[in-house]
Design a binder for this molecule. Structure first.
Ligand code: ZN
Length: 232
């Protein structure tokens, strides 16, 4: 009995450590490898067969990253919507994904600074802007800017700053006649462009350090992430 009591925890720790290693979380991945890792995880999530989320949320993983530091290989810029937890939908655990979340997945100085920190100091090579279907922030911005100015609801300065950031996408969607779903896609493309335009650090890293910025969209019903055309 003494032997079993001693050995079981040792085996458990070794198992969890090997699972964490097997998932490729201990070293930095290239942007393409990171994208593959995310999409493979999303396929598992869609099928309902999540693996790494469970393995990489175990105590051994927490102790490893807590003691030795984080080395996330991907930065996900996504909406604050409660249905969009990147770790869950990409089947990833602690320390794998650096997440920046804000309603409408837009970028202002705070978000850009967070992205720069993760790319420059933590070594993440992939930046994914992830929009989603049925986005309340995009829908609200769409309704706001398609309402005659005199009839628009009064917004707080803080909310106004979010809808203002989504305005370019809404105006393009109205011109193209794509509706709200199209505005969600256009907003992702706009934010991808803005990250490279507004952040000199990221722009230079895309030119010299193998950093890539890609856009994607999450379907809140199917759980699938689709990647937008290459923005490079
Ligand atoms: Zn949203």
């Amino acid at each position: 009995m003494k032997f079993r009591k001693l050995v079981a925890p040792v085996i458990a720790v070794a198992l969890f450590a090997s699972l964490a290693f097997a998932s490729g979380t201990t070293g930095s991945l290239s942007a393409d490898e990171a994208l593959t890792a995310l999409m493979e995880g999303n396929a598992k999530f869609v099928s309902g067969d999540v693996e790494h989320l469970v393995a990489n949320a175990q105590p051994a993983r927490r102790i490893d990253t807590g003691t030795n530091g984080q080395k996330p290989y991907a930065i996900v810029v996504t909406c604050a919507d409660s249905r969009l937890s990147p770790e869950i939908l990409f089947d990833k655990g602690i320390g794998e994904v650096f997440v920046v979340r804000v309603a409408g997945n837009v970028v202002a100085p705070h978000e850009l600074g967070s992205i720069e920190y993760a790319a420059e100091h933590l070594g993440a090579k992939l930046i994914m802007v992830l929009g989603h279907s049925k986005c309340g922030a995009v829908s609200a911005a769409y309704d706001y800017f398609t309402t005659p100015e005199a009839l628009r609801p009064e917004l707080s300065n803080n909310l106004e700053s979010i809808v203002d950031s989504i305005e370019p996408a809404v105006l393009k969607a109205v011109t193209a006649g794509t509706g709200k779903a199209g505005a969600e896609d256009i907003n992702v493309d706009e934010v991808v462009k803005q990250i490279k335009k507004k952040s000199r650090v990221i722009r230079e890293m895309t030119e010299t350090s193998g950093v890539k910025v890609v856009g994607g969209k999450y379907d809140v019903v199917t759980g699938a992430v689709s990647i937008h055309a290459d923005h490079e």
